[in-house]
Ligand binder design. Structure first.
Ligand code: SF4
Length: 364
């Protein structure tokens, strides 16, 4: 049961995936393959699909890249978003090629007629537009020193883009206001959420490598999600985009917003621990990441792997099943009761075979 209420936003359809209006928080990413290699784009999108990505974005820096969209679309299952800056003709080509959503700031594509042309085609194709304001590309923010004023400037720029679309009677809008500073981003998102009910695409941009980026993204996105904000998330990492998907699900599961199928509870170990718990948990996690059907389970399986009897039995009893360590072995708990002892060398095998029982139609 979630302990916070999600903000009600407008429901938007992105090529069959709905975001907003109480839909599950959608996980998305962006490919980073060579713009001229559409086959590499397909390969990376398939890897992302396999990892659980639900919407994927591609940069279309020129017309040549835009003309590859339909070839890519034919080979992939998830909706494709075209990221476009400055040239409205690329947006129109992307729509013709069958893209499912545009990420485009209408204030950056020149004359009123250009906006009208894009809006007309987007309406005809029934595709939404995400306005994505990024602090890094907002010149007016650079001379401002305090975070609150910066967030106001970010929200103001976003509102200007929103109004351009609204003045064209276009309301199929998603919004993002990304900054590499958490406070600036969070406050800017809050400001927009207080003015409009368009779904929010959350992200902390340029957050860094796997380690620092995961921490920064989790802190920033976690604050907003806990506040009830956010309809789709993209974790931005300087890394293989598949890592973004893993982090996104782990973050959403920790807030009980999505389920990866398995929740692992394990202790940090200390001098009381007499089993190789670090290695055991890593091996279980590795095996679980390869199980394809877990997300279909009606609720996540909670598994406890604990180093000793201090906190072990309590956590193991509280989980669906678990093991509380002793000397080279552990007490095996299922549904709150001790059902046997397992040698430390057999923990991984026992845990995996028990998870497999949950995946069978009759359960355990
Ligand atoms: S459960 Fe036991 S081994 Fe694990 S951290 Fe607590 S006291 Fe240490």
């Amino acid at each position: 049961m979630k302990y916070f209420k999600r903000t009600q936003t407008k429901k938007i359809n992105i090529g069959g995936v709905t975001i907003g209006g109480g839909s599950p928080v959608c996980v998305q990413s962006m490919i980073n393959t060579d713009k001229s290699d559409w086959k590499a784009a397909v390969r990376q999108i398939k890897e992302l699909e396999e990892a659980g990505c639900e919407v994927v974005r591609i940069s279309l820096p020129d017309m040549e890249t835009a003309k590859n969209v339909s070839k890519i679309k034919k080979q992939i299952k998830i909706p494709l978003v075209a990221d476009i800056h400055f040239d409205y003709r690329i947006a129109i080509e992307a729509i013709k090629q069958g893209v499912d959503k545009l990420r485009l700031n209408p204030g950056n594509i020149g004359a009123k007629e250009n906006v009208e042309a894009v809006v007309k085609e987007a309406k005809k194709a029934h595709i939404p537009i995400r306005i994505g304001v990024n602090a890094g590309s907002l010149k007016s923010i650079r001379s401002i020193n305090d975070n609150l004023s910066r967030s106001k400037e970010l929200a103001k720029a976003c509102m200007e883009h929103i109004k351009i679309l609204e003045n064209n009677k276009f309301y199929d809008i998603v919004v993002s206001l990304k900054a590499s500073n958490i406070a600036v981003s969070v406050e800017a998102y809050k400001l927009i959420a207080s003015k409009r009910n368009y779904p929010l695409h959350l992200g902390i941009t340029e957050s860094g490598s796997i380690f620092s980026g995961n921490i920064k993204s989790s802190a920033g996105l976690g604050i907003m999600l806990y506040d009830g904000l956010g309809d789709t998330i993209r974790v931005s990492l300087t890394a293989d985009p598949v890592e973004e998907i893993k982090t996104a699900y782990s973050l959403l599961q920790s807030l009980e917003l999505r389920s990866t199928g398995v929740e692992i509870i394990s202790c940090p170990t200390c001098s009381r621990c007499q089993v190789d718990l670090i290695n055991i948990v890593a091996r279980v996690e590795q095996a679980v990441s390869k199980m394809k059907n877990l997300k279909k389970l009606p609720k996540p399986i909670k598994i406890a792997m604990m180093g000793c009897v201090v906190n072990g039995p309590g956590e193991a009893k509280d989980a669906d099943f678990g093991i509380a360590g002793g000397k080279d072995e552990g007490l095996f708990f299922k549904n709150g009761k001790v059902v046997g002892k397992v040698k430390s060398g057999d923990w991984v095998k026992t845990i995996i075979s028990t998870i497999n029982l949950y995946q069978k139609p009759q359960g355990v």
